[in-house]
Design a protein around this ligand. Structure first.
Ligand code: SAH
Length: 495
């Protein structure tokens, strides 16, 4: 049968796609159905037809799946944030476990037996709501010209007005509404992407879940904010109902502007202007204190991050004697956790502010056996390796030539390399250098199991064997999942 756009078809949903959509067949024709849950029978409207498959969206759920739950947020279908909020959390975890497994099979080339042998059950959240400590809310206008803030609708830049996201910190609502009132009262405009006019682009809010410290940063298309003292006054007047986990009151401790005058999709510019308080917030993770500035990366789900770092430590298997590299180290969270159990840790990170935070964090926590390098991992590491190869670091005892069995470990031939790259994974040059440095163990933390699987294949070909794999869900309600793996050097090509 020939289908066309806008046809209504009945589909039984049998699988889940990469973006969380339901997959089912109608007369042998495969349809990817947005917002359908595996196990549903739905009436769907076709939105796009290709030769062998098509896309559709749910018009009506005819028989709901046993995995279907009442979504918490009424905007979940329009919003681009939560793709699988209508699926029970237990089923979300099964989906994520399968996603990791399938990528290791299909992209990584590992056998099913191997994966079953090394893969541990995914670590889920106790409470999959209000877990995010950071959000960036776009500011704009609705059709009637009212000032609004909220989230982008899926795959567009239309803003859905919603100050009460079910994943975000509960205090965001009060803060956002305060900023909107200040803007209305003081005739402060929102940025319009199509014309490049208007001032306020985004509101960044970051909360220290432990400390109770809150940062508010307005991203502006300009360098100044009119009547900024009014904004400061009204933000500081907010009384927050709950406390941080330390028992301290929640309170705003940093108010700043971020200058972004470019016509770009990139949210933040490079220039931060402090309006009030400190330029960063502090929070506690794994018993260590961290300073976090607006431009630095900090894991968004602190509870699950503690579990993730616990696994990173377990997989690194440190006993106080090891040399460790932590690539893509951010503000040094993993580096500092490891430093307590290793001889020496070297961190590499490309964002200047993050490296500054990392150094400050080492100082505040009185950790001395860690050193941070600013730059791209794929440049810093090879440059360092080549320089040492030419004997320039020989006096530090770092020269090459000790690549034999039982060699003593040093900066160039560390015991462990940890990597935690962004979604695109590790650069080839970085992987190549890691293979040359040949650590005993590689711990790879990844937020995209597809690029992880691709990189693991390269490391396997270079003599590493996959020993452990575990998912840690940091992103309930969404299709994203964090994965941590450990590989051991075994000197032979093997999957
Ligand atoms: N390990 C840290 C940060 C992980 S996020 C933590 O757990 O908090 C990934 C980090 O890699 C970000 O801080 C990002 O700025 C950094 N980054 C991105 N590309 C990079 C590159 N090519 N080289 C080094 N760091 C990079």
């Amino acid at each position: 049968m020939e289908y066309k756009k806008n046809d209504i078809v009945t589909v039984t949903i049998e699988d889940i796609g990469n973006d969380g959509e339901g997959i089912g067949k109608s007369d042998g024709y495969t349809l990817f159905v947005k917002d359908a849950v595996i196990g549903d029978v739905v009436e769907a409207r076709i939105t796009k037809c290709k030769k062998n498959y098509g896309y559709a969206r749910v018009e009506k759920v005819v028989t709901p799946s046993s995995f279907r739950v009442e979504p918490k947020c009424s905007f979940h279908r329009q919003c681009g944030g939560c793709q699988i909020q209508a699926m029970s959390y237990a089923r979300q975890l099964v989906y994520k476990q399968d996603k990791i497994r399938n990528n290791l099979l299909r992209i990584g080339g590992f056998t099913a037996e191997k994966i079953d042998e090394v893969m541990e059950p995914i670590v889920g959240m106790e409470e999959p709501w209000h877990y995010r400590n950071k959000a960036q809310f776009p500011v704009g206008y609705d059709r009637e010209g009212n000032l609004i803030t909220g989230f982008y609708a899926g795959r567009t830049h239309d803003i859905i007005a919603n100050t009460d996201c079910a994943l975000g910190a509960p205090e965001n609502k009060q803060i956002l509404e305060t900023v909107l009132s200040y803007m209305r009262e003081n005739h402060v405009t929102a940025y319009r992407e199509n014309t490049g006019e208007g001032l306020v682009r985004h509101i960044l809010i970051r909360s220290g879940f432990w400390s109770g410290e809150i940062m508010v940063c307005l991203v502006v298309n300009g360098t100044k904010l009119p009547a900024s003292e009014k904004l400061i006054e009204s933000l500081l007047a907010i009384a927050f109902a709950d406390k941080g986990e330390s028992g301290q009151e929640k309170r705003i401790t940093s108010i700043s502007l971020n200058v972004n005058t470019e016509n770009t999709n990139v949210i933040m510019g490079q220039d931060i202007r402090l309006l009030w308080g400190k330029g960063y917030i502090q929070d506690t993770l794994c018993g260590l204190t961290f300073s976090i500035s607006p431009l630095s990366f900090y894991q968004v789900n602190p509870k699950q991050t503690e579990k993730l770092y616990g696994l990173a430590l377990e997989y690194a298997d440190l006993n106080g004697k090891e040399i460790v590299w932590d690539l893509y180290c951010g503000i040094g969270t993993i580096s500092l956790c490891m430093a307590k159990k290793a001889r020496q840790v070297y961190g590499v990170e490309v964002v200047t502010q993050a490296i500054e935070d990392a150094r400050e964090n080492a100082r505040v926590n009185q950790i001395e056996n860690v050193e941070f390098y600013e730059g791209n991992a794929e440049e810093v590491l090879p440059a360092f390796y080549e320089k040492a190869g030419q004997g320039e670091l020989a006096e530090e005892g770092l020269a090459l030539g000790k690549q034999t069995e039982g060699r003593s470990r040093d900066k160039l031939h560390p015991d462990v390399i940890v990597v935690d790259p962004p979604r695109k994974g590790c650069d080839e040059k970085c992987l190549e250098t890691m293979l040359k440095m040949r650590p005993e163990r590689i711990v790879y933390v990844s937020c995209d199991s597809a690029t992880l699987a691709r990189d693991l294949k390269v490391l396997c070909e270079g003599g590493y064997e996959l020993r452990k794999v575990r998912g840690v869900d940091q992103f309930g309600g969404t299709v994203h999942v964090e994965v941590i793996i450990m590989m051991q050097y075994c000197g032979k090509e093997k999957n």
